[in-house]
Design a protein around this ligand. Sequence first.
Ligand code: MCU
Length: 414
Amino acid sequence: SCVVINPYYSQCIPGGPPSTTTPPTTTPPTTTPPTSSDPPTSTDCPTTPSNLSFSNTFLPDPFTFADGQTKVTTKAQWNCRRAELSKLLQQYELGTLPPKPSSVTGSLNGNTLSVSVSEGGKSISFSATITRPSGATAPYPAIIGVGGINIPAPAGVAVINFNNNDIALQTDGSSRGRGKFYDLYGSNHSAGAMIAWSWGISRIIDVLEMVGSQSQIDLSKLAVSGCSRNGKGALVAGAFDERIALTIPQESGSGGGGCWRISDDMLHSGIETQTASEIVGENVWFSPNFNQWANRVNNLPFDHHLLAALVAPRALLVIDNTSIDWLGPRSVWGCMSTANKVWQALGVADSMGVSQVGNHNHCAFPSNERPDLDAYINKFLKGQSTNTGFLKTDGGGSGFVESRWVNWQVPRLS
Ligand code: MCU
């Protein structure tokens, strides 16, 4: 017998729900801290224990360092905590984000932005297509679309189409280590597809910086968006490149706006939703290092509220669909409304919003969600004054009981 549980993915799981699938064989945990593109951590930051042993059935406290002791009480300490979380997310889940390569060059010809990168004697090149808005005056804000965008292109805003599959393939589990990122860094590199895409997006921004006003794009007004698997990728890109002003993941589901712990809980209560244990067998979005955690997510020193928190204090709008159990609407709601507490602590709660609306197909943006999207676009890409302080669900978030998941307080960081 065979149960098809995933409407978007024609995998048939013999005998039952995805919780019973065994993730692929794993490699032992790495003890070497990964290289990251974050600035070097200040010596005032507490040391992250290398032999972390972590277990928590709640969503981990954003405001306590991984040493379990040191509290975050100031914005400067949040920068330390942010650097720690960036490192832990790479180490346990996403794989290492390489720093800017020794050579990045590029050019713009018409609508085609070409990027060439060399590192360690190897070279790759790739391109992105820019669609400029008509009837507007340059420079334009721009949305980088991870595999294109599934939100309506706003008036006056350029769209930069990033062909993420060219950088790291995501057909299925056999895509591991395939794509231009791996041609450059080797097919055994720890990076999962999403951190590889994030690297590619950063190189596009590098080249946009180089070509300057020729691009007609205002680099202080850059957004990133994508839907579904590419929405997961958009969230990761926004988390890891601080040059991105606005991040808009759409229907990213488990592995994106959802928290691993809440998705596991949903599945245990009988809702057929995607979990870590399923996702690591389905595709290569995460590092192989994540496989060993997929069946014990309570041992992760973070969850995805803390992936989202890397975006803070920059703007984040999470667009989500309540009608598809597989996406884990309760998980996304609980996870992302909890992430908002980091923006609260930083005094910018209205730079992070959730808009969760059902009754439409996957990645088909519903027109009744347009005001929420426009509020974020108009404030963060067009400099207007709008109301962006909302956390909204039409019901898919019901069943999330905060006291079950949050056992920490929100400080007001000085
Ligand atoms: C929501 O994103 C994914 C989901 O994680 C997968 O399980 C499914 O196969 O595909 C979704 C998607 O990318 O749909 C286009």
